[in-house]
Write a protein that binds this ligand. Structure first.
Ligand SMILES: [Zn+2]
Length: 420
């Protein structure tokens, strides 16, 4: 096992050594990105730890204009923030800001290779994002995170009008670590997914009865950051977990051992190909909404078979679901259950009304979840970039790789073995 570990690291070291020069090429890369994709942002930050000493790579921010425009014109104002460690001997992380397209597909907005996760690196990334995207001037954005170190502070500082949303699985994991109880997580999970206050309170009261400390812990976290019924309704996303960034991290996983430049170029090519593929796929769609939305509508229609519709006017209705009456308003796209407002997709009560009136459910989906907005997301092209030998010579100070990782864990074992 240990031989395999050393052999693997010898290969990684060789790859890193061969490509140390890749950090020095990021100036030229930034230049060619902006030349071939006007409006894009590629910004290299360096550091000189010792006055008069060598200049080292610190961070590189990358946002293609196609990703910026695709997000601004085609996506919901919802951004998932995450970071994953990169492989190799140098200390690096890949930070990402990822949006969602109308089909609930992952849409990376901006990337940053940084020296590590800290308040400073998150602050720098979010500052560049704010400067380049500038979304808050027109629409409030909701960020989702795992409450990583530094993320919350920097979101508040850099994006003062933004709201924070936390991954519920992360909240439940913290809860389980602090307070034992086999059903604690189940009660929190059920409560978080309720789209109105009455049902939320019914569920969370169950936690209060079995463990008051656990109840106080979760209720101490702002409800608007983890409970669907308190989410900002203009975002049109009911997502409570970080699935989207996990999808992104697995999408780039095979590239994480590459040097920064080659990894970023590989991600660009993947993005370029995928945008084209997704655009082409729309030719096979039926109707005005993407397949993922069609699936949700079908689910709501199925659930709506068991409710009773009472008509008050052409647009206003009362829908009886078991013992409760919900008001549905087709003109304002609202239902008392709250699901339609938060998700942008008609709930089971609204679907029952739509079916009774023999209307087309696609006409009652929010614009962020339509084919029109999907096309807006992917109609901006990431232009090809020529091979390195065709890049123009740019005069700049020599940039060396970042600091090496502090090795821990395995080397301790090595020391023990050597002492035997
Ligand atoms: Zn409803």
């Amino acid at each position: 096992m240990w031989t395999l570990y050393r052999a693997k690291h010898r290969v990684l070291d060789k790859a890193e050594n061969q490509n140390c020069n890749s950090y020095n090429k990021l100036h030229s890369y930034g230049h060619i990105v902006k030349e071939r994709n006007p409006g894009s942002m590629a910004y290299l930050q360096t550091i000189t730890p010792v006055p008069g000493g060598p200049t080292l790579f610190q961070r590189f921010f990358l946002n293609f204009t196609a990703q910026k425009d695709g997000f601004l014109y085609g996506c919901r104002p919802f951004i998932r923030l995450d970071a994953c460690h990169l492989k190799g001997k140098f200390s690096r992380v890949l930070m990402s800001a990822v949006g969602l397209d109308a089909n609930n597909g992952v849409f990376p907005i901006a990337l940053c290779v940084a020296e590590g996760e800290s308040k400073q690196s998150w602050g720098w990334f979010l500052e560049q994002l704010y400067l380049h995207i500038g979304l808050e001037e027109t629409r409030r954005v909701t960020f989702m995170s795992d409450r990583q170190k530094g993320v919350l502070d920097t979101v508040v500082r850099q994006w003062p009008r933004a709201t924070n949303r936390f991954c519920v699985r992360h909240i439940i994991a913290n809860l389980q670590a602090k307070y034992r109880g086999p059903l604690n997580g189940v009660y929190v999970w059920d409560a978080t997914n309720k789209s109105n206050k009455r049902e939320f309170l019914e569920e969370i009261e169950k936690l209060k009865l079995v463990n008051i400390d656990a109840y106080n812990y979760v209720m101490g976290i702002p409800l608007k950051s983890w409970c669907i019924h308190e989410f900002d309704t203009h975002v049109k996303s009911e997502h409570t977990t970080n699935n989207i960034s996990e999808n992104f991290n697995s999408w780039v996983d095979e590239l994480r051992s590459l040097p920064a430049l080659h990894m970023l170029e590989s991600i660009r090519r993947k993005l370029m190909k995928r945008a084209n593929k997704r655009l082409e796929s729309t030719k096979k769609w039926d109707g005005n909404v993407p397949p993922a939305v069609c699936k949700k509508l079908a689910k709501m229609q199925d659930k709506g078979r068991f409710v009773t519709v009472l008509c008050a006017s052409e647009t206003k209705f009362e829908v009886k679901d078991e013992l409760i009456y919900y008001n549905v308003d087709l003109e304002n796209y609202t239902c008392d259950c709250g699901f339609w407002q938060v998700s942008g997709i008609p709930c089971k009560h609204a679907m029952a009304v739509i079916n009774t009136k023999r209307l087309n459910s696609h006409d009652f989906v929010h614009k962020y979840l339509t084919k029109e907005y999907y096309l807006k997301t992917y109609s901006h092209v990431i232009n090809p970039i020529p091979n390195e030998f065709l890049w123009p010579e740019i005069e700049h100070i020599e940039v060396l790789p970042p600091m090496k990782k502090k090795m821990s864990g395995r080397p301790k074992k090595k020391q023990k073995n050597e002492q035997r």
